[in-house]
Design a protein around this ligand. Structure first.
Ligand SMILES: C[S@@+](CC[C@H](N)C(=O)[O-])C[C@H]1O[C@@H](n2cnc3c(N)ncnc32)[C@H](O)[C@@H]1O
Length: 268
């Protein structure tokens, strides 16, 4: 069962999470992408774009292709990003048969609740990335940074308003999951406030696991930390697709037969 927030309540998404609030965050990710990329980032694929709040800011820099598991969330993203192309798909299995200069995965990656899922999502990112292109995963937390928390927020809209309470806890510290219990208070016109509850299951992996899984897929990733003015902190795993291995294999071929072979071949 998908969380209500991404199905029956999806039309409330932008009152829970306002696109305007993502400007600082996206500026930070874009700076990091440009710093680390080995080629200009003209095209970008986002896996798990949700309501398109990141895309709303990224689209001023590059051409975006947006994908998500939830058709209802894609509807929300299309509303604010009509100029971007959108596809429905699971980040563990998506196959667009196209490659991009960059593949970006934001908080949607938190829905990968075991190593197998995370490995698959990384593989999807890599198979959609140009050789020498860049992949970026933003994790709300890692095994090292996670702590139980309580937060609240919400916004007023046109005839509608939402407030929420989020409470994260870990029912079983021995596995790779924690949960966020959510309560939404929904107000429409002068109707009595409606209350809905939801449970989100999130994955929790150590930085070592992230770096290892990325390396297995041919990405030399580094771990960065982004801190924002509101005190929020996220862990970013960013890496260039291994043109390094490509370069090494080219070198090996050249060394073996300098006069007959100049074309690179992957060794993996
Ligand atoms: C918190 S929302 C993303 C919000 C997004 N960062 C934004 O800018 O609006 C999480 C999204 O992850 C999506 N999601 C969850 N599991 C997924 C999967 N396996 N593949 C693709 N998307 C997934 C949900 O449908 C939801 O839209």
């Amino acid at each position: 069962m998908p969380p209500k927030l991404y199905s029956t309540l999806a039309s409330w998404w932008h009152l829970l999470s306002d696109p305007q609030d993502y400007a600082e965050e996206v500026a930070c990710y874009w700076r990091l992408l440009c710093e680390r990329a080995s080629r200009p980032v003209g095209t970008m694929l986002e896996l798990g774009c949700g309501g398109g709040n990141n895309a709303f800011h990224f689209k001023q820099h590059c051409q975006l292709t947006l994908t998500d598991l939830s058709p209802d969330m894609l509807t929300q993203s299309r509303r604010i990003n009509p100029e971007c192309e959108h596809f429905e798909g699971d980040m563990r299995t998506l196959q667009l048969s196209r490659r991009f200069d960059a593949v970006f995965v934001h908080d949607a990656v938190m829905y990968m609740v075991n190593e197998g899922d995370l490995r698959q999502a990384i593989k999807t990112a890599v198979t959609h990335c140009e050789p020498g292109g860049i992949v970026m995963f933003v994790a709300d937390c890692t095994r090292e940074t996670w702590a139980p928390s309580t937060s609240h927020g919400g916004h007023d809209g046109d005839g509608r308003a939402l407030r929420y309470l989020e409470w994260t806890w870990d029912p079983d510290p021995a596995d790779t999951e924690f949960v966020a219990e959510m309560v939404y208070m929904l107000r429409e016109g002068d109707q009595p406030v409606r209350i809905e509850r939801d449970r989100h299951r999130f994955g929790l992996f150590s930085s070592e696991t992230w770096i290892r899984l990325l390396a297995e897929s041919g990405v030399r990733a580094s771990k960065e930390c982004c801190r924002f003015v509101d005190g929020e902190e996220v862990t970013v795993f960013v890496g260039v697709l291994d043109s390094y291995r490509l370069a090494n294999s080219r070198l090996a071929v050249t060394r073996r037969s300098p006069s007959t072979s100049t074309s690179p071949s992957r060794s993996d």
